[in-house]
Ligand binder design. Structure first.
Ligand code: CTP
Length: 404
């Protein structure tokens, strides 16, 4: 059955794509009420949306037409099953996060109780600005679904993150939110993320450059799609995501203990952590003093991922492989000897270093082939990873029924 959708269109050149989105939604049987912000109306005419949706498009909060005109903001917010803002300009994202009823869209958003979905579209600098990132995080924590943005050509001619997701994808996400169930509903997921720190003495350690962003993105995406997530995190600068069980660890041994403790009974285990391969044999109990050359004796650590596949043989196991050489060959070897189902292969080269970056370029290596993904945000990579996991293990979609 068709849903009642408010489509907010704000001031970005991507407003032209909102016409396609409105048309697709109407053709899929939904009732679409478009709300244009003053900025949006500079890019595209209300008439376009009135023709596509068959409904008057309000521009002002104060409607003077004596009830014959468009719905008021309260009426509209009660009417809607979902509020989708596409494109969401930097200004619209900020107003939505701050709850400013500066225009009709802000007023509707503030009075609506329905789910909110936003598809940001702006120049890279604006998207990456900490202010915008904080606003997006605020919206996400309030339960909003954020679709995109993509990396690609922008209105300025430059290329970077900030391009609005395609109408097809936005419609798909709107329908997914409307269905009320994520496709990972009830699925139990364990994700490891970040580095491990191996102590040399009480103040020094051997670590690595992992920021934890990829693992956190995998965990957050799973959670948003309905999974029950346990995140085992090495030391990172990221704030622990709300609504999931977060187990903080520091060393390889602690991570191993946590994975073995929480791994049994999981449906999917994703080992995104950059676990130390070597650890000091005997960490000094006192701070080491500067003296002559210091030789550290390092012992290899045990492979946590391989132990996890043995401890939870029923689960779908995902590993990460960061390689400087033969990426796919090494990823295949890891798939085999760790007994995993999928390896996310990450090339590190002079031109591509995923450490700390917000974007990533990976290949998904499975027993039946390789899928190369385009460079995109770590969240987008996470989304495609979960799509692939569901393609390979479709019964996960039905998981929630069997747990009930
Ligand atoms: N990993 C693990 N336990 C370790 C080391 C790595 O579980 N002691 C996991 C990581 O979480 C990741 C995968 O193994 O999912 C690949 O890590 P990587 O360091 O690239 O591979 P290794 O297995 O250590 O192999 P090599 O160092 O020979 O490349």
């Amino acid at each position: 059955m068709g849903a009642r959708i408010i489509l907010g269109v704000s001031g970005s050149i991507a407003a032209f794509k909102a016409a396609r989105l409105a048309s697709d939604l109407v053709q899929s049987g939904h009732a679409v009420q478009v709300v244009l912000t003053p900025g949006g109306a500079r890019f595209i005419s209300p008439l376009t949306f009135e023709a596509l949706s068959g409904r008057p498009v309000p521009l002002e909060v104060w409607d003077e037409s004596g009830g014959q005109g468009p719905m008021g903001h309260i009426e509209m917010s009660r009417w809607a099953d979902i509020l989708a803002v596409a494109p969401a300009s930097a200004g619209a994202v900020a107003r939505l996060a701050l709850g400013l009823p500066a225009d009709m869209l802000g007023a509707v958003a503030l009075s609506a109780c329905c789910p909110l979905l936003i598809a940001p579209a702006m120049e890279t600098g604006m998207w990456e600005h900490p202010a915008t990132q904080e606003h997006v995080q605020t919206l996400r924590l309030r339960g909003a679904t954020i679709v995109g943005p993509k990396i690609g050509r922008l209105a300025s001619g430059a290329s970077g993150a900030g391009r609005m997701a395609e109408p097809d994808e936005i419609r798909h996400e709107i329908e997914r939110v409307l269905a009320g169930t994520g496709d990972l509903d009830g699925v139990r997921v364990l994700v490891t993320a970040g580095p491990t720190f191996e102590p040399i003495d009480p103040v020094r350690y051997i670590g690595n450059r992992s920021s934890g962003k990829m693992g956190y993105a995998v965990a957050e995406e799973a959670q948003q799609r309905g999974a029950e997530v346990t995140l085992i995190s090495g030391p990172t600068a990221l704030s622990p995501p709300a609504g999931m069980a977060v187990v903080p660890v520091e060393t390889h041994d602690q991570m191993q203990g946590a994975v073995l403790q929480h791994g049994v009974g999981q449906d999917v285990i994703v080992m995104a952590a950059a676990v130390a391969d070597f650890t000091p044999v005997e960490p000094a109990s006192e701070k080491l003093r500067r003296s002559a050359n210091l030789t550290l004796s390092l012992a290899p650590t045990s492979d946590i991922a391989a132990q996890a596949t043995r401890a939870a043989p029923e689960a779908f196991h995902v590993g990460f492989a960061l390689e400087t050489g033969d990426l796919i060959g090494r990823a295949r070897e890891k798939l085999q000897h760790k007994g995993q189902d999928l390896v996310v292969a990450n090339a590190v080269s002079e031109t591509h270093n995923p450490f700390g970056s917000d974007t990533n370029r990976v290949s998904l290596v499975t027993r039946d082939g390789i899928r190369e993904l385009e460079e995109s945000s770590k969240r987008e990579v996470a989304r495609q990873l979960w799509d692939e996991i569901l393609r390979l293990r479709p019964e996960l979609r039905l998981q929630h029924r069997s747990h009930q």
